[in-house]
Design a protein around this ligand. Structure first.
Ligand SMILES: [Zn+2]
Ligand SMILES: [Zn+2]
Length: 353
């Protein structure tokens, strides 16, 4: 089969490799669509995967080509998406159903081979069927959609809460959609790229702030009568936006840190004092929940996509063939053109089989 294999930092090669061998309890999936996650760009271009050579890609959907062992409800030919975190199922966190906190997990596309390939293997337990009306492309969004939902569930967003989302890329817009679905009052979306805000505008979000043109802290404070917002989600991963989060949260507010921070963050006395005096709650969020206790966020994401309430298609800026992977990562790394969700699509990536 063909795959994009990472041999070292920045060394992604499209080449012929062996089709994965299955063990008991695993499925072979013919990949139909695989998105590039924001984390994949530094993974491929700066940090590398846990070992080399390795096939990246963890936002995928495809068709079950073969299964080994008892089917657990999944059949060959099923259209599925894959929870990329492979939990140990033995540690106390796994036993509590909190797979995202597993002590010793594997992960498609960073610790084991992922979806930038014609075929990928995964445990049957990690598969979830796509509803008939959810296309493969949409199905490949289940991971980022669930990551966004998990972050908002961490924030305990309540009806009428005002929220500011820093970063209006695919995750930011997914966060904004979930915030609206969950009954948020005002939703502020902040970014420095006008094109990203344009995509957000297409969704009908009105409170968009271009942080290159105006100070988001001033603007949002002004729009909230000087109070700030109930919830801030930091989804840009910069030192600046983290500091802005503290300034934007109102007294008693919550901040969810979702973006992977690059570099060090130094907080001034007055910012730390702000956390204390405003009695802020700062929450981390990591991955998403794939178990039914308390809630399977993947099933929820798929349900809302199926009902047309969560719209992901407008987020796709590039549909590429896997043979273009190397150039695509160069383009993204050097920001040579505007991109939102870049997706590698394979033949028949549309709905149906
Ligand atoms: Zn991701
Ligand atoms: Zn575990």
């Amino acid at each position: 089969m063909k795959a994009a294999v990472l041999y070292g930092v920045g060394d992604l090669r499209y080449e012929e490799v062996e089709i994965p061998q299955l063990k008991e309890g695993e499925a072979l999936i013919k990949v139909k669509a695989c998105g590039v996650c924001g984390s994949d760009v530094p993974r491929v271009m700066e940090k590398g995967t846990y070992s080399f050579p390795l096939i990246p890609g963890h936002e995928l959907a495809g068709k079950v080509a073969r299964i080994e062992g008892k089917s657990q409800g999944i059949k060959e030919g099923d259209r599925v998406t894959v929870f990329p975190l492979i939990p140990c199922l033995k540690c106390p966190y796994c036993k509590a159903g909190r797979y995202n906190l597993c002590d010793s997990y594997s992960y498609l596309g960073s610790r084991c081979n992922g979806g930038f390939a014609e075929y990928v293997k995964a445990p049957l337990k990690n598969l979830i069927r796509l509803p008939r009306t959810v296309s493969y492309e949409e199905g490949a969004f289940t991971e980022p959609a669930s990551v966004a939902l998990h972050a908002l569930r961490r924030s305990k967003l309540d009806a009428g809460d005002e929220i500011a989302i820093l970063g209006a890329g695919p995750i930011g817009v997914l966060l904004a959609q979930w915030a609206a679905i969950l009954g948020a009052g005002e939703v502020f979306l902040v970014d420095i790229e006008e094109e990203k805000l344009k995509v957000a505008r297409g969704y009908g979000f009105g409170k968009l702030v271009n942080a290159k043109e105006e100070d988001p802290v001033e603007r949002i404070r002004k729009d909230t009568g000087g109070k700030g917002v109930d919830i801030v989600v930091e989804a840009a991963g910069t030192s600046l936006t983290l500091k802005e989060s503290i300034k934007l949260a109102k007294k008693g507010g919550r901040i969810v840190l979702l973006g992977n921070i690059r570099g060090e963050v130094v907080l001034s006395e007055s910012l730390v004092s702000g956390i204390l005096r405003k009695e802020l709650t700062i929450l981390g969020t990591w991955n998403s929940s794939f178990t039914h206790f308390p809630k399977n966020e993947w099933a929820i994401s798929l349900k809302f996509m199926q009902e047309g309430k969560l719209k992901v298609r407008p987020l796709i800026s590039h549909r590429l063939h896997l043979s273009q992977a190397r150039e695509a990562f160069q383009m993204m790394y050097e920001k040579r053109e505007f991109y939102n969700k870049v997706m590698f699509v394979f033949e028949e990536s549309e709905r149906g089989d």
